[in-house]
Design a protein around this ligand. Structure first.
Ligand SMILES: Nc1nc2c(ncn2[C@@H]2O[C@H](COP(=O)(O)OP(=O)(O)OP(=O)(O)O)[C@@H](O)[C@H]2O)c(=O)[nH]1
Ligand SMILES: [Mg+2]
Length: 318
């Protein structure tokens, strides 16, 4: 995505300071004071308009960005709220364009052009100040979305499961990603992307925050980020269980979540039981990111699923 190129969104005062400076430098060139005041108003409104339009255009069209990113924006701030703030910036830009020339004209025709200039500048300033909260909010959004991970088009394994089961430990072991690992739940608070060569092609691994088995409406924004990765990005889901229950959650709860994930998606779900150094769980693929046991088998299974999905993809008639 092009999010990293979104420039800082200035505050109302920053926009106005710059517009005044630009206009003042233009005014210095005018010999006639009255015309200079008119020109000042015209230049300030033009500079405000141009700057606000640039801010709007620097944000991606939210209806056109990939669903994963759209969901993330929605989860973190609400799409409507972001659209509303962009709309407010658009309103102020239009105001400056529509009323700026009129205010400049009135300045020219006034008895005392300096007084009218001050009045016009005050009106323009008040319009820009009205959207100060929107500008500050958009800058917060910008600061977060520019750091969202880049998701490539590679075959993608989304690692999901209850908190603290060892998802990030696995991702660290098998991919270029370096997520934090800790012995408490909800260590991972966002989507983390890593890669590794698997066979001839690169495979993408996505670490997700832990999910609890609970109704969708009770899920917090951190869990909802995991869900959007599961729904939008996965070619296969590696659903991780911790049969030792050292994660702090019962195996029954974890299996219920597994079934929910299986119902949610139509990509393959590979189940793996981690922490086999503590407890071996019969009937499942077991591994330990601590000892390395079973990791090769998990990778082989993933490769096999990739091969199968590529074959199926090739056999689908166009
Ligand atoms: N004994 C043992 N401990 C493990 C194993 N894998 C991970 N752990 C430990 O389990 C704890 C949680 O590991 P993480 O990798 O942070 O778990 P997570 O699933 O990413 O947790 P969240 O990000 O909170 O959802 C850490 O203390 C790890 O050291 C394993 O195979 N065996
Ligand atoms: Mg984690």
């Amino acid at each position: 995505m092009e999010f990293e190129k979104i420039p800082t969104v200035p505050t109302a005062d920053e926009i106005l300071d710059r517009a005044f400076r630009r206009a003042a430098s233009k005014m210095r060139l005018k010999r006639n004071k009255d015309r200079a005041n008119e020109e000042f108003v015209r230049a300030v409104s033009q500079a405000i308009h141009d700057r606000l339009v640039r801010i709007m255009q620097s944000f991606p069209e939210l209806n056109e960005i990939p669903p994963f990113y759209r969901d993330i924006v929605d989860i973190m701030w609400g799409l409507d709220r972001v659209k509303k703030s962009l709309g407010a910036v658009g309103w102020a830009a239009r105001w400056a364009r529509t009323h700026g020339p009129g205010l400049a004209y009135q300045t020219r025709r006034a008895e005392d052009t300096a007084v009218l200039r001050k009045r016009a500048v005050a009106r323009l300033s008040s319009v820009v100040h009205q959207i100060d909260d929107d500008l500050r909010f958009l800058n917060d959004v910008r600061n977060v979305i520019r750091k969202l991970p880049h998701v490539a088009d590679d075959f993608t394994v989304v690692v999901a499961g209850y908190p603290n089961v060892g998802k990030s430990s696995f991702i660290r072991l098998v991919s270029s990603a370096d997520p934090e690992v800790a012995s408490y739940p909800f260590t991972t608070k966002g989507i983390i992307v890593g890669h590794r060569m698997a066979g001839e092609e690169r495979m993408q691994f996505i670490d997700t925050p832990g999910l609890l088995d609970r109704p969708p409406e009770d899920r917090n924004p951190i869990e909802r980020q995991a869900l959007t990765a599961i729904i939008n990005l996965a070619d296969v889901i590696l659903c991780m269980l911790d049969a030792s229950e050292h994660c702090g959650y019962s195996i029954e709860e974890q299996v219920r979540l597994l079934h929910e994930i299986e119902r949610m998606v139509d990509v393959p779900v590979l189940v793996v039981v981690n922490k086999s150094d503590l407890v071996y769980f019969d009937g499942y693929l077991n591994m330990s990111t601590e000892t390395g046991e079973g990791i090769t088998e998990v990778m082989e299974n993933l490769l096999h699923i990739r091969e199968r999905s590529q074959q199926e993809g090739e056999s689908v008639p166009c």
